[in-house]
Design a protein around this ligand. Structure first.
Ligand code: GLC
Length: 408
């Protein structure tokens, strides 16, 4: 439960051009966000996706941040804005300890990132140091933002009832508006503050042990961060394919699948991508997708029964993920309802993430679970368009507005 120092949501008077960085999801992106106020209130965005090579992700912190700054330079040139010094919002989707909006001390890497020399450091400082090393441009880093917070803010710009942000993508996490009197780490009792829950780490002290299967243990043991992020590993995109692959391995060794014969490829970690789950579940006609995916995995002589069983495994693994995620969300919205002593709460949750967006049944299963577990809350799930990048720019815009107001 990490305070984010986000207290105010956009009020529509913000304006200006902002840069945003988005690190920690499926893609690394640099964005230019133009926020207009008044009658023609709008948010216009330009962005470019950059890859972060595996060796940079797992190399040194300096290499990682030099690469990021190099990408910013390339983006400014691409936009014809070389030399511009714009306020920057940094969506950095990892657990950070914040004492103010423009500082974030990385507590630990998640989701396969490993760059050395970053844990325990302020990522804004690491970014500034890298900018100074390149001596090409200067940037005013105004805010470090978790992707959940960016998503909540983006949806909040459209719908003021949005007070929860949820990500179900490579990782999973949520944030929500908590009463200041309950935020013990920050002085003051007035108003509310957004709390980054880092709920992916739920279960790390044994809370989920009764629910974990042998397949979950196998996925956890082979991950970059064993025994950490246990809830995340049962829910998010980085891991569901691996859970399915482990089930298929087990079924094959018991002779229930593929006539008991494994392909070399299926033995390879990470080969069963989570997008296959979404594709397989979208498959209605003659299980064609399942078969072509199995062929791609080197399982050329699979039978119709194999396809049916593989599809069933995908359904069960994704359904469990959506139910677990829905259970977490039910607890959050009901906590907000209790905070406000309301018999019934109407609330919007801003959601982003590739798994949530691409999987055909994830959101409906989550809704079902919410209805069962939080019957006193009417929850609207609002899918955000580009929440994390846009949100960082909006938070930066709000901070600049407040800063300017303070100067007058
Ligand atoms: C991981 C990160 C968290 C982020 C989530 C979704 O759980 O620790 O900060 O919000 O992934 O990207």
């Amino acid at each position: 439960m990490l305070p984010t120092f986000v207290r105010a949501t956009p009020d529509g008077t913000e304006r200006g051009d902002f840069l945003a960085l988005d690190l920690g999801g499926t893609n690394f992106r640099v964005l230019l966000v133009r926020v207009r106020n008044g009658k023609r209130r709008s948010v216009e965005m330009h962005n470019k996706i950059y890859s972060i090579p595996q060796d940079v992700m797992q190399g040194t912190g300096d290499e990682l941040f030099d690469h990021i700054v190099h990408c910013i330079g390339d983006f400014l040139e691409y936009m014809g804005m070389k030399g511009a010094s714009l306020p920057l919002g940094f969506t950095f989707s990892f657990p950070c300890h914040q004492k103010k909006l423009d500082q974030g001390i990385l507590l630990k890497w998640t989701k396969g990132f490993k760059a050395t020399g970053c844990e325990g450091e302020d990522v804004v400082q690491l970014l500034k140091d890298a900018i100074h090393r390149q001596e090409e441009f200067d940037l005013d880093v105004v805010a470090v933002v978790n992707d959940t917070v960016g998503t909540m803010m983006t949806c909040g710009y459209e719908d003021p009832q949005c007070e929860v942000g949820l990500i179900v993508g490579t990782g999973t996490n949520a944030c929500y508006m908590e009463e200041m009197e309950n935020v013990e780490l920050v002085e003051g009792d007035e108003g509310r503050m957004c709390v980054n829950m880092e709920w992916g780490a739920f279960g790390d002290t044994g809370e989920l042990d009764d629910f974990c299967t042998d397949f979950d243990h196998a996925v956890d043991n082979n991950s970059a961060n064993p025994s950490k992020q246990r809830y995340e590993k049962m829910i998010s995109g980085m891991y569901l394919g691996e859970i399915v692959r482990n089930v298929l391995l087990d079924f094959t060794s018991k002779g229930l699948l593929f006539r008991g014969r494994l392909s070399e490829r299926l033995k390879t970690r990470g080969i069963f991508e989570t997008r296959f789950l979404s594709q397989i579940e979208s498959d209605r006609l003659a299980l064609r997708q399942v078969r072509s995916i199995l062929q791609h995995l080197g399982l050329t002589s699979s039978t119709c029964d194999d396809s049916i069983l593989v599809k069933e495994v995908c359904t069960v693994v994704a359904r469990r993920a959506a139910q677990l995620c829905g259970a977490g969300l039910a607890a959050v919205v009901d906590k907000i309802r209790e905070n406000r002593s309301l018999p019934q709460l109407s609330i919007t949750v801003g959601v982003d993430g590739t798994l949530y967006k691409l999987h055909p049944h994830f959101s409906s299963v989550m809704r079902e679970t919410l209805r069962d577990l939080a019957p006193q809350c009417d929850v609207t799930l609002l899918q955000s368009e580009d929440g994390s990048g846009k949100g960082a720019a909006l938070i930066t815009a709000v901070a600049c507005r407040i800063r300017e107001a303070g100067q007058h």
